[in-house]
Design a protein around this ligand. Structure first.
Ligand SMILES: NC(=O)c1ccc[n+]([C@@H]2O[C@H](COP(=O)([O-])OP(=O)(O)OC[C@H]3O[C@@H](n4cnc5c(N)ncnc54)[C@H](OP(=O)(O)O)[C@@H]3O)[C@@H](O)[C@H]2O)c1
Length: 280
């Protein structure tokens, strides 16, 4: 049986469609902050593969809760990787564009130097290091995850565009939106061919949050004119974000993995699902 953590999250939900027979423990059933219980819990479950979609993803709160972020994003990841290595079962976990400083202007590759600029990014980088101590681990870095399950950036934009006369969205951060369903499918292809180490997987096509918001609202039949571009400086948040966080890959082609589609191709299905949920 395949074990998938983070069942209520965007990616966990995407796996439920692809792997309906996998085991999906809830956070109440298995709290990953209880590090002493991770190995005994896995021993009890006896999974034949582990797909770790659980994470501490609250970027702003992580500044005040770095220990908690580390427990979930690093310590738990290392223990799962160790369990998997000792039994020679596949283990995949996810990391983020936030391990990079975002000061570049060309896509970050798997071999690019990491230098996270916030607590969330640091915790994810620690998780990468602990996972990669075990050579069979696969660490997939992705970016700007979106999905047809609420909440996420697209759902928020659809809701706000419906209820407000004007909405400012940041237009000077560049990245690649990635649809959770595409990432889940790409993960299974990578596992099928036995990929290990770090792998960058995102949908194709850099954009900005402003462009993404407009495209989503247009697809939902809303009025994209209510959305105006602003700069990061105009929209202060407590935590710095990388300005340029496009992930490229030097491994996808050589490994024979099909690149994920363009985000513009995959966005309509996301919007359709959110509209069906009554978000817009
Ligand atoms: N979201 C993005 O833009 C983005 C970008 C790059 C990389 N990533 C990475 O991609 C992966 C999937 O992200 P996502 O967007 O699907 O995350 P998400 O929607 O925030 O879901 C995270 C999941 O982790 C669970 N979780 C949190 N704390 C836990 C704990 N102590 N014990 C057990 N489970 C716990 C959550 O459960 P509850 O809901 O019950 O708390 C939820 O099911 C993560 O590794 C994330 O870091 C995300």
């Amino acid at each position: 049986m395949i074990l998938v953590t983070g069942e209520s999250g965007q990616l966990g939900n995407a796996f439920k469609e692809l792997l309906p027979d996998a085991l999906y423990p809830t956070e109440q059933e298995w709290d990953l902050t209880a590090s002493d219980e991770i190995i005994p819990t896995l021993v009890g479950m006896e999974p034949e593969a582990i797909i770790n979609c659980a994470a501490y993803t609250a970027v702003d709160r992580a500044e005040e809760q770095e220990d908690l972020a580390n427990a979930i994003n690093a310590v738990a990841v290392g223990l799962m990787a160790r369990y998997a290595a000792e039994r020679s079962i596949p283990f995949v976990t996810y990391s983020t564009d936030y391990v990079f400083p975002g000061t570049g202007a060309i896509p970050y590759l798997e071999s690019s130097l990491t230098d996270p600029i916030n607590a969330y990014g640091r915790s994810k980088r620690k998780g990468e290091i602990l996972a990669l101590e075990h050579p069979g681990s696969l660490v997939i870095r992705t970016s700007w995850l979106i999905s047809g399950t609420n909440p996420n950036f697209v759902a928020t934009m659809l809701r706000l565009a419906r209820s407000r006369d004007s909405l400012q969205v940041v237009d000077d951060q560049v990245g690649c939106p990635t649809v959770a369903a595409d990432l889940a499918a790409g993960t299974l292809r990578a596992l099928d061919i036995g990929a290990t180490g770090i792998l960058h997987l995102t949908n194709q096509g850099p954009t900005t949050w402003y462009q993404l918001a407009r495209q989503a609202v247009e697809l939902a039949g809303g009025d994209a004119a209510v959305i105006a571009p602003c700069t990061t400086a105009d929209y202060p948040v407590p935590t710095p974000r990388p300005a340029y966080s496009v992930l490229g890959s030097e491994r996808v082609d050589p490994l024979g993995i099909d690149p994920l589609p363009a985000w513009r191709e995959s966005l309509p299905a996301v919007v359709e699902q959110l509209v069906a949920l009554g978000v817009a």
